[in-house]
Every structure is written in C-alpha cells, then in structure tokens.
Design a protein around this ligand. Structure first.
Ligand code: GNU
Length: 312
C-alpha cells in the first residue's frame, strides 16, 4: 500500500521538526504547512526551506483563511499538529479548532493527531488551577474531533527529556544542577522520560496502524520509567559527583503556587501532578489505549543514561 501522505502543522517547532524528519525517514510523502503569518520570522522560514531541500513539500496556508487550510488538508491522508500550547500567547486552542473545521470540511483525512505529546488530559479532570488550562484545552480539541467523527490518535508522550531529564526535574532551568538538587518529596514517584526523537519515531509508526485508530498511544518504554531519585543517581554515576539533595514536601511545594505569577503557577501545577501525584504512571492503560514500546518493539529507544551524556 502506498505510504500515506503526511501534513505537519507546526513543523518549525520543538517536536514538529523531529516529526518531519521521522516522516521523511519512514518514506512518507511529507508536507509542511508554511503559514503566511510567519512573516519576517527568518528562523522559521529557513527551517522550512531546509525541509524542502530534504524532500518535504511546503504548502502555503493561513489560519485566517479557512479555504487555504481545506486545500492543504485535501493534499494528504494524515495530519499531525504539533503547535505548542505551553506558550500561552500562541492561541493554540483557536488554531487547532480551525484546523479541525478544515479537516471536517475536507472529509478525506484517515488519521488526525492533535497537539498532545504530554500528560493524558483525560486523566486530569481534577487538575489544579490555573495549570488545568493546558488539559482543558486539549480536551476541548478532542471533543471537536470526536464530534466531527474525524479518525484520530492521541499521543501521550509523557516527559520530554529536554524539559525534565536534562535538568533532573528542576524548574526554571534546562540544565543539570552543579551542587544541590531539589527532590520532590522523597523522590520516589515514577515518571517517564522520552528522547524527543523517539517520540517522533513512535508517532510516525502509529499513523497507519489500525490498532491505534481512535486510541490514545502511551509512550512508556520500560527502562525510561524512573523515579526522580533514580534519574539523579544516573547523573551522579555519569559525572562521578554526588549532589546535595534537598527534599521539598508537597505542602511546601503547593504553598509556592500562591505568590507566583500566572505562568509560574501553571508550571508548578504541572510539576505537582507529575512528581507528587505521579499522574503519568498512577493508572493502567485501558482498552482505549495502547503502549508504544510493546506495539513497536523494533524501535531501539534511547535510554536516559545515554540521553544525559549530552549535558556532561
Ligand atoms: C510541562 C516548564 C518547565 C515550565 C506535560 C516552566 C503539559 C504536559 C509531561 O508547564 O511542556 O522548568 O506533560 O520552569 O502535558 C512546562 C510543560 C515546562 C510546564 C512542559 C508540561 C508537561 C505541560 C520548567 C518551568 C523546566
């Protein structure tokens, strides 16, 4: 069967770039939306032109021109949206709802992957304010997809290594601490850390797979299911240097939410659910779910001790 044609929306972004590369590597005719809103963002444009040089097709469109989105969608079989939601000024929700409308009108899409790639928002009905906005928005997009009967796969990719492993789960930094590391509680809550390239590989594997149709695909490669303490120990082993460990109780952590600004409050909420409540690993995958490393055992995913070497 011919390889499905893939359109990536958000192709210049952190995970979007990796998904384009994985799509090209897997032999899919790969299309990338070039939004006219890019304007003078020379970085984004040059990234798009480099993908054209690697064999991707650029499709011009605008989120202010519904017809252009419909025309773009009509050229492909699968649409993957990777537009980030953590940068609140991005109007991510409105843009994704416009994309859903275009996919609904085009009528030809065999699989749509909305911009998920993190915590499963369906598990987060009791999430703390204001961080819950991240999950509520994703659920709004899901409801629009399902109301339009658009075939979908939701990717719950858990923790990007770049946001959570490299910094040993510390906030407000992307680099490992040099002398002391803050530990959430006693650091024994399990989280799941992913090499971002593996997130892209698993995502592309899932788009033509009947067993992920209208399912959530959870990325839980067993060797990357680690407590914060295990992560810190891997880093100490790599550097040969012990870190001073300072434990923060759940109460003290939560009390920080009060005085913080909005963006900080959102992040604190996310970290609380991940590292105190264990929201990534405190539930079993049900019949509406599948686990990527079991479905695709041929993927030799990067273990975290390998991933951490770039920070040495
Ligand atoms: C956390 C962040 C890291 C923010 C998810 C401020 C949604 C998810 C694991 O909001 O994108 O220090 O799944 O000081 O579904 C933010 C996002 C990252 C936190 C990462 C998040 C994870 C949101 C910070 C910080 C590293």
């Amino acid at each position: 069967m011919a390889k499905s044609r893939v359109l990536v929306v958000g192709g210049t972004g952190y995970i979007g770039k990796r998904i384009i590369n994985a799509s090209l590597a897997e032999g899919h005719p790969t299309y990338v939306l070039r939004r006219s809103e890019i304007g003078l963002d020379i970085d984004k444009l040059q990234i798009l032109l480099s993908f054209k040089q690697k064999g991707a097709r650029l499709v011009d469109g605008s989120f202010f021109d519904h017809r252009s989105l419909v025309d773009a969608v009509k050229q492909v079989d699968v649409v993957i949206c990777t537009m980030s939601g953590v940068h609140f000024r991005s109007h991510n929700l409105l843009m994704q709802l416009k994309l859903v409308e275009a996919i609904k009108e085009a009528g030809n899409i065999k699989r749509f992957l909305p911009s998920e790639f993190g915590v499963d928002p369906a598990q987060m009905e009791r999430a703390l304010e204001p961080g819950r906005v991240t999950f509520d928005e994703k659920m709004t997009v899901r409801k629009a997809i399902e109301a339009a009967n658009i075939p979908y796969t939701y990717i719950s990719a858990n923790c990007f290594g770049g946001y959570f492993a490299g910094n040993l789960c510390q906030m407000r930094t992307l680099l490992p601490p040099k002398d002391k590391v803050y530990i959430y509680g006693d650091g024994n809550v399990k989280a799941i850390y992913m090499d971002e390239d593996d997130v892209a590989t698993y995502t592309i594997k899932s788009i033509d797979d009947p067993s992920t149709l209208n399912k959530t695909l959870y990325l839980r490669p067993p060797e990357n299911i680690l407590t914060q303490m295990q992560l810190v120990e891997k880093w100490e082993k790599l550097t040969g240097k012990m870190l001073e460990k300072i434990s923060i109780s759940a109460e003290d952590f939560l009390s920080k939410i009060k005085g913080a600004d909005f963006v900080e409050q959102v992040a604190l909420g996310h970290f609380y659910h991940i590292f105190y409540e264990g929201c990534l690993t405190n539930f079993e995958i049900g019949e509406n779910g599948a686990e990527a490393s079991e479905l695709y055992p041929e993927v030799r995913y990067t273990r975290i001790q390998e991933y951490l070497k770039r920070y040495l």
